[in-house]
Write a protein that binds this ligand. Structure first.
Ligand code: URA
Length: 476
């Protein structure tokens, strides 16, 4: 019996190297034992004997792609099954086309399960803002059905490129700091956080891995041995991560997150489910934040991840109203955190409007989009969506009572004014609104990202900054 020692549960490169050698030695599959011992020295001392040259047979590409997926399955038989298939392929060239063959069927089934697990992880990870972190940071806990975390990490890095985040799983934790992906050992499933305990868990458990005083190097190396780091470009960053943790101990000491008010959440759920209950409109921003997620005033909730309420001080002199949450806002649950938000931040800074004195919200609280393949493409909300969602915007206006409300784009203006306001004609003026606030109308920041001609884009941006300055001069 030959024993193969792979470096990790997902050591596909190790499996491939070992399989090549076993084939060269004509080692039958039922005489091979595949193990994961964390060291990854494949054949132990035996490896010192040079392997005979491998036979000329090359596995078909389709098999290699399938095998890569199967290697991420949690089944203990996966590596043996793959070697058996490889062994048989050398003798049965059309094997992979025999869908009814038990080995082929099993491998296909496993690959599908892995692909489903990756898809679910992409769809269901919910990042949550860590309150009071030194820098804006998001965290999520997820337990993937199979070991797909490293595979999907680049997807999250692309999707949330402008945010610091950590996704904690029992297998491995992935972290993104707006520039690099990093991996650390898996978090402890026995202590799996749920709901509101997530941030606390992140601080007390995961954040400790950044803290040299409490860094669990031994655990980390056991979970992800050094040899395995070599297979993963991201893992090379681990020593650097450990080093850069020095001196950051103080930053880790944070206040525990406050408990959400359950009464408020319950009331908001009741109010927003019962569309006829007009009298009991929300009376605090907490009720709104909890309630929009349960809103059924139009159908947009069905495809959205969550409702996105506004955020900012309850007595902000300035309210900025956008159109609707975009892809990133929908996933994160906060307004203007994606590319349009960056454009808005840049213009606010240039106009010298302090963002922390503005309440930022949207005319429509759920993300309207259509699915094209795996992509979610933004769709404009219709007038009926804006109208249904005015219930929430009006509640925000009643509570915040801003002096000035800036409508960012035509759909925002429809929500704020209750009628169409042509942007070109309405810009640069202050309109008296029924709730004593003054209304200012300007472009939507996404429009500034779309203007094709550079000169026209610069002009539109300058006008946008000018409008924000004007609004702030009325509000401050
Ligand atoms: N666009 C908006 O109108 N609002 C957001 O929150 C994000 C993008």
């Amino acid at each position: 019996m030959r024993i193969v020692r792979l470096a990790s549960e997902i050591d596909f490169a190790g499996w491939r190297a070992a399989a090549r050698r076993l084939r060269a030695e004509h080692q039958a599959p039922d005489e091979v034992l595949w193990t994961v011992d964390g060291e990854g020295d494949l054949f132990g001392d035996e490896a010192k004997t040079p392997a005979p040259s491998p036979p000329s047979f090359t596995a078909p590409r389709a098999f290699v792609d399938l095998a890569r997926e199967v290697a991420l399955h949690r089944s203990g038989e996966r590596f043996a099954l793959l070697y058996r298939l490889l062994w048989r392929l050398e003798r049965e060239a059309n094997l992979m086309e025999l869908a009814s063959d038990p080995d082929v069927a099993r491998a296909r089934h496993m690959a599908q399960a892995v692909s489903r697990a990756a898809h679910k992880m992409k769809a269901f990870v919910r990042l949550r803002l860590v309150e009071d972190a030194a820098e804006e940071t998001y965290v999520a806990w997820f337990e993937p059905a199979h070991r797909v975390t490293e595979q999907v990490a680049p997807f999250f890095a692309r999707r949330f490129a402008n945010m610091n985040w950590s996704i904690l799983t029992p297998d491995v934790c992935i972290h993104w700091d707006k520039a690099q992906l990093r991996l650390t050992a898996g978090a402890d499933p026995a202590d799996a956080p749920s709901g509101d305990t997530l941030e606390e868990y992140w601080r007390t458990y995961y954040a400790a891995t950044f803290n040299p005083a409490r860094l669990k190097v031994a655990t980390m190396q056991r979970e992800m041995p050094k040899r395995y780091w070599r297979n993963l470009p991201e893992a090379r960053l681990i020593p650097e991560l450990i080093q850069s943790a020095e001196g950051r101990t103080d930053v880790m000491v944070r206040q525990a997150p406050s408990e959400p008010n359950r009464r408020v959440v319950r009331q908001a759920q009741r109010l927003s489910r019962d569309a006829s209950f007009e009298e009991g409109a929300p009376s605090s921003l907490e009720e709104i934040a909890a309630g929009v997620d349960f809103c059924r005033r139009c159908e947009l909730w069905r495809d959205a991840t969550q409702g996105v309420a506004g955020e900012g001080p309850a007595a902000a002199p300035l309210m900025l109203v956008g159109e609707q949450p975009g892809d990133q806002e929908d996933l994160v649950g906060r307004p203007f955190v994606g590319p349009a938000g960056q454009m808005l931040d840049r213009a606010l800074a240039e106009a010298q409007v302090p963002r922390d004195r503005a309440y930022v919200t949207n005319a429509v609280k759920h993300f309207r989009h259509e699915l094209r393949g795996k992509r979610r493409i933004h769709q404009n909300p219709s007038a009926s969506h804006v109208s249904a969602c005015r219930w929430w915007l009006d509640a925000e206006r009643r509570i915040v009572r801003p002096r000035v409300i800036v409508s960012l784009g035509a759909n925002a203006a429809l929500g704020v004014f209750g009628k169409a306001m042509p942007i070109g004609k309405s810009r640069g003026q202050a309109f008296q609104l029924t709730d004593e606030a003054q209304g200012v109308v300007t472009y939507h920041p996404s429009y500034l990202l779309r203007v094709p001609d550079q000169d026209a884009r610069d002009q539109a941006y300058a006008a946008f900054v000018q409008d924000l300055k004007f609004a702030w001069s009325l509000a401050a």
